[in-house]
Design a protein around this ligand. Structure first.
Ligand SMILES: [Zn+2]
Length: 284
């Protein structure tokens, strides 16, 4: 059972997460009781980043968007869906941004070790499922690499969700922008303009674009050849894409679609039984 807590507390540590879904507000005995009673009890952790986001967005953009989407999704879940949010990793692997001041990065090795230690802790606490929620593209490779190891080493069920890939709203972003925008472009700027407009400085925005080639791309855009890049290869300001097309109204639509989809996915993870397997029929 979820802990009974008011929506407004003296502590603000939970941020956008509804207090009764914030793991760290429970006592050890309450966590212990949940794990023992509910084999589907699920923990979710947002793996964020503190890294340059061009001249117009704050360093905490990826953690901010991830935690707001996670909070909005958790607020929609029915009470019988036992999903609790761990405090996030505010840091991630942001090595592609190290030439820009303000970026605080872990190496991939550190991120792997942090996730391993946290997954072990969740497993020891008796929860049977852990979701790694990624809101920063630079963490994707490390998450892909580590999540199967976590399955093996903890023997609990491990899931991963990349926020950038879910809840797409067709037609909101122009195709030429979607093809190249990776960082602080239309989508990301729109979402922060909706979520925290006081942190956005559109008067300072300066995006950079390039002509995509059919064969060679820069990860997760479906190219057959992918080139390793750092932000300074693709942008002088740190923004890759066009922030001038952004709007808070677009951001609201994007955030609504992502939060709604994320709620559906978290509920599906919680309710998912261990997969039944059977011998394949021989008559095919
Ligand atoms: Zn970002």
């Amino acid at each position: 059972m979820l802990k009974s807590l008011p929506d407004k507390l003296g502590s603000g540590l939970h941020g956008a997460i509804p207090p009764r879904r914030y793991w760290a507000y429970y006592t050890w005995q309450e966590i212990d009781a949940i794990g023992k009673r509910d084999p589907n009890a699920t923990a979710v952790i947002n793996v964020g980043a503190v890294e340059q986001h061009g001249p117009h967005l704050p360093l905490i953009t990826d953690t901010l968007v991830g935690m707001d989407m996670l909070g909005a999704a958790l607020a929609r879940l029915p009470d019988d869906v036992m999903v609790l949010a761990l405090p996030p990793t505010n840091f991630g692997k942001s090595t592609e941004h190290t030439t820009f001041p303000g970026t605080l990065t872990w190496s991939g090795e550190t991120l792997r070790m942090v996730l391993r230690d946290l997954a072990m802790s969740v497993a020891r606490s008796g929860f049977g499922k852990l979701v790694l929620l990624g809101s920063h593209g630079g963490n994707v490779g490390t998450l892909d690499d580590v999540f199967r190891d976590l399955r093996i080493e903890t023997d609990i069920r491990i899931f991963k969700i990349f926020l950038g890939a879910i809840g797409q709203v067709p037609g909101l972003v122009a195709p030429e922008e979607a093809a190249i925008a990776m960082h602080s472009g239309d989508s990301e700027t729109s979402m922060v303009r909706h979520l925290a407009p006081e942190l956005v400085h559109m008067d300072r925005a300066e995006g950079y674009v390039f002509d995509p080639t059919p064969e060679i791309g820069y990860s997760f855009k479906g190219s057959d050849v992918v080139e390793a890049w750092v932000a300074s290869d693709l942008s002088k300001s740190g923004a890759i894409g066009n922030p001038h097309r952004s709007s808070a109204a677009k951001g609201q639509q994007m955030c609504e679609a992502k939060a709604s989809r994320l709620a559906t996915l978290l509920e599906a993870v919680y309710r998912s039984p261990r997969r039944e397997i059977r011998v394949a029929p021989r008559d095919a």
